[in-house]
Write a protein that binds this ligand. Structure first.
Ligand code: CP
Length: 314
């Protein structure tokens, strides 16, 4: 049986603005073909190729789904899952030098780092493609691609989506990338629901509006959920806050998803979350068929398979 095609050629994957709707459609075609083969024998498209995962921040989904994707394509993996403590960074080696070295060992580098712009710095010196797996409060473009793939798979369209984003819109890199990707589609409306210190940056909101997105703000999720096709919940990124967010229980409840929130969410709409969650979605909601977050996390494998095939065939 022939194997799924490699999709479009790509070099570095650094930011959402690299991805046009045409490129995304090609990638998703490849991801769907990969998806249909998951659970069967490993493919051999990337046989003999080696991916390095260099993670300076914790991860469950991104690192393991990239590694699963590479192994399922017949490739191999070398990894440092806590590069801040267990690579020579602890001795003072710069990111640039580490990337030059690892780029001599592997055919691509998947990098997660705590500093915004780290993936671009790495790409500037790397002899091999660099994939941004999250750079501080900057971007998480591969998460946004799997989010878009989930919306497309669940709702059957990407145009005309009414997207409600809730939680930490200032520091959440997944929403920064997702908002930019969604802005490429027609008739998109976004409602932002965030505590005052965690509102989405004014520059990004202005850029979305310039691109034709209708952007609104709401004080509570309950006010916005009735008009949503997609509710995209996020965790408060406590590790990035300069001072703890002070919120009483009543304020926290304005941003939480509970069975009462789901009662107001239209049938046919979906609830997403990049995960991990830490209390902002009541587990009582998990059994609702509109709760798409575990399906969303699984979609990381075929989407990252398609990305790796594209990056390593360029
Ligand atoms: N969604 C996401 O980036 O999860 P991890 O931090 O577990 O990789």
């Amino acid at each position: 049986m022939t194997e799924p095609g490699s999709g479009p050629p790509l070099r570095h994957v650094l930011a959402a603005d690299q991805f046009t709707p045409e490129l995304i459609a090609e990638l998703f075609g490849s991801a769907r073909a990969m998806d249909s083969r998951l659970g069967g024998p490993a493919l051999s498209r990337l046989h003999g190729r080696l991916m390095a995962t260099l993670f300076y921040e914790p991860s469950t989904r991104t690192r393991l789904s990239f590694e699963a994707a590479m192994l399922r394509l017949g490739g191999q993996v070398v990894s440092t899952e806590n590069a801040r403590d267990f690579s020579s960074a602890i001795k003072g080696e710069t990111l640039e030098d580490t990337v030059r070295i690892v780029g001599g060992y592997a055919d691509c580098i998947v990098l997660r780092h705590s500093e915004e712009g780290a993936a671009r710095r790495a790409a500037a010196v790397s002899p091999v493609p660099v994939v941004n797996a999250g750079d501080g409060r900057g971007e998480h473009p591969t998460q946004a691609l799997l989010d878009l793939y989930t919306i497309s798979s669940e709702l059957g369209r990407l145009d005309g989506i009414r997207l409600v984003m809730v939680g930490d819109l200032a520091n959440g890199r997944t929403v920064h990338s997702l908002a930019q990707l969604m802005a490429s589609y027609r008739g998109v409306e976004m409602t932002m629901v965030a505590p005052d210190p965690l509102r989405m940056g004014a520059d990004l909101v202005a850029s979305l509006r310039r691109r034709g997105v209708v952007v609104r703000e709401a004080d509570s999720l309950m006010d916005a959920v009735g008009e949503a096709d997609v509710v995209y919940q996020t965790r408060i990124q406590t590790e990035r806050l300069l001072e703890p967010l002070s919120q009483d229980e009543g304020e926290r409840d304005r941003y939480r998803v509970t069975p009462q929130t789901m009662a107001r969410l239209p049938q046919g709409s979906i609830l997403m979350h990049p995960l991990p969650r830490v209390g902002e979605i009541d587990p009582a909601v998990d059994a609702d068929p509109r709760a798409a977050y575990f399906r969303q996390a699984r979609n990381g494998v075929p989407v990252r398979m398609a990305l790796l095939a594209a990056v390593l065939s360029a």
